[in-house]
Write a protein that binds this ligand. Structure first.
Ligand code: SF4
Ligand code: SF4
Length: 510
């Protein structure tokens, strides 16, 4: 069976190598047709047209040269208006990805479907073979974490560092320079046309990659935790919410020319929810738009307190949320890397609540502009506040660090230190909830498995040794501490609120 596992790994690695090599393939030729297909605004077409003339008909062997020439044409067009302070004529729309994609000629363009199958379907199959082979290598169910601190990838070794750099660079291109990954976006164009009725954007690619990674790594979760019903159901839940709510439904809404919405993603995690363009789109969509707006507000005003009261923050962080879903599937091999020190706990509380305060201030400023039309508040430009939040929290913290640092800092860096919604859910969980993890201290043998595999850096063993209930704002209720405990000491429970801080004795222990 080990040979089959190695074959699965080899298939995945070969497909991954092909996927990476695609970035350097292809030639680029801008034509009138590709220009008009990319620059959809007719005013922008007219303004840009004189300056892209020298690019028309020229064949570029290098994507970098092509994008550089386009950027020069754009700068030349905009410079004139900036000099004349004609700000309404400056082109802010980023057409670089669309132009690069529509100007691609050659191997990638001619073999879109073949490369789609190799890069996504066959590679996922290779990954699945690797995961499923473990069923036969370890026929007895039970969690195996053998050698986890000896493998380079799971113990901050050189492979982990390379992997982390790769993820951070990927986010950098995704957010700031998607034109350079145009060949990857090109591969998902056919899928995008069938789902949304339009060509793929880099965010469509991201949503698709997110979904197949969760699906493939979800298979690993099913194999690893197959004896634990809680983990099996929870994994199914996060995969379902990703595929249906985050990926399929918003794309189908786009096809129906309705505002795209991920119905489970709520403010303040979805920090753009109150941005003017989102509100305009909802308010212009009739009754459905009003309902969507109401649903978004209902979720965080009523949904959070009620659901956290009854079930703890786990209902969202470990069962529904997309960030949590990725952390629990793709990030599971790295959960032991979370910092368990008291210092980390102190930083965590200050940082995560500061982000929540920042999110509230930023949203208040954005709404102030929306309702009054004034673009400054106390002399500060509200667009600048929202740009700073989008860059610092949306891109750097949630994207580059939050996922890029999985292999170095563990799988819940964002959820623990940065997510404003987790901070809000955590406050309710800490002060008004029926949820707690009960501990049967007499059974604890102090092995420390629970603390080692707590992704939120909670020293679970310290509570277990004292027989104390675990009531922590940060606990996402993933249940892995209970799953790895060899003595059945820990139990996630929703009990009566009264006495939650008392030492609790389970009925079977009385
Ligand atoms: S204490 Fe247990 S349930 Fe809570 S986050 Fe840590 S491992 Fe998950
Ligand atoms: S895993 Fe169980 S036995 Fe080991 S320290 Fe934690 S509570 Fe105690």
């Amino acid at each position: 069976m080990k040979i089959i596992q190695k074959i699965g790994l080899a298939i995945f690695l070969i497909c991954f190598a092909i996927f990476i090599s695609l970035l350097g393939l292809g030639k680029y030729q801008l034509t009138e047709v590709s220009f008009k297909a990319s620059v959809t605004d007719s005013t922008h077409q007219a303004l840009l047209a004189p300056n892209i003339q020298q690019m028309l008909g020229k064949t570029y062997d290098s994507k970098i040269d092509f994008i550089t020439d386009y950027n020069k044409s754009l700068d030349k067009t905009n410079q004139k208006f900036k000099d004349n302070q004609e700000w309404d004529k400056v082109i802010y729309t980023d057409y670089a990805l669309a132009i690069t994609k529509n100007s691609t000629i050659g191997f990638v363009k001619d073999n879109q479907m073949l490369l789609f199958y190799i890069c996504f379907v066959i590679s996922a199959l290779g990954g699945a073979i690797y995961m499923v082979a473990d069923l036969f290598i370890h026929p007895v169910a039970g969690i195996k974490n053998n050698d986890i601190f000896k493998r380079s990838i799971t113990s901050r070794g050189i492979i982990a560092i390379f992997f982390s750099v790769f993820l951070v660079v990927f986010y950098l291109f995704l957010y700031k320079a998607p034109a350079y990954i145009s060949n990857w976006v090109l591969l998902v164009d056919p899928l995008s046309f069938s789902l949304t009725g339009g060509e793929a954007s880099h965010w469509f690619l991201y949503g698709f990659l997110y979904s197949i990674i969760m699906l493939t790594m979800g298979i690993r979760m099913y194999v690893k935790y197959r004896h634990n019903t809680y983990q099996m159901v929870r994994t199914t839940s996060v995969i379902f919410f990703q595929l249906a709510f985050a990926f399929m439904i918003p794309n189908i809404l786009t096809k129906l020319q309705l505002p795209a919405m991920d119905f489970k993603n709520m403010w303040p995690l979805d920090y753009t929810f109150f941005f003017d363009y989102r509100l305009d789109s909802l308010l212009s969509a009739g009754m459905l738009g009003y309902w969507m707006l109401g649903w978004g507000i209902f979720l965080f005003v009523v949904g959070v307190p009620v659901m956290v009261y009854f079930f703890g923050k786990r209902w969202y962080c470990s069962w529904v949320c997309g960030c949590g879903g990725l952390a629990e599937t793709f990030g599971d091999p790295f959960r032991q890397l979370s910092d368990k020190s008291l210092k980390a706990w102190k930083y965590e509380r200050v940082i995560v609540h500061s982000v929540l305060v920042f999110a509230v201030i930023m949203t208040a400023a954005v709404l102030y502009t929306f309702f009054t039309g004034a673009s400054t508040i106390l002399g500060i430009n509200t667009y600048a506040i929202r740009e700073i939040y989008s860059f610092a929290i949306g891109f750097v913290f949630a994207g580059a660090i939050g996922t890029g640092f999985y292999p170095l800092m563990g799988n819940r860096v964002w959820c623990r230190f940065g997510c404003p919604l987790a901070a809000y859910l955590g406050l309710v969980q800490r002060f008004k909830s029926r949820f707690r993890i009960t501990t049967n201290g007499a059974q604890c043998i102090s092995c420390g498995n629970c603390s080692t595999y707590c992704e939120m850096g909670i020293d679970v063993r310290a509570y277990a040794q004292k027989g104390e209930n675990i009531i922590r704002a940060s606990c996402v209720g993933c249940g892995v501490c209970a799953a790895v405990c060899p003595r059945g000491v820990l139990k996630l429970e929703n009990l009566a609120e009264e006495g939650r801080f008392d030492i609790y004795t389970r009925p079977e222990e009385q």
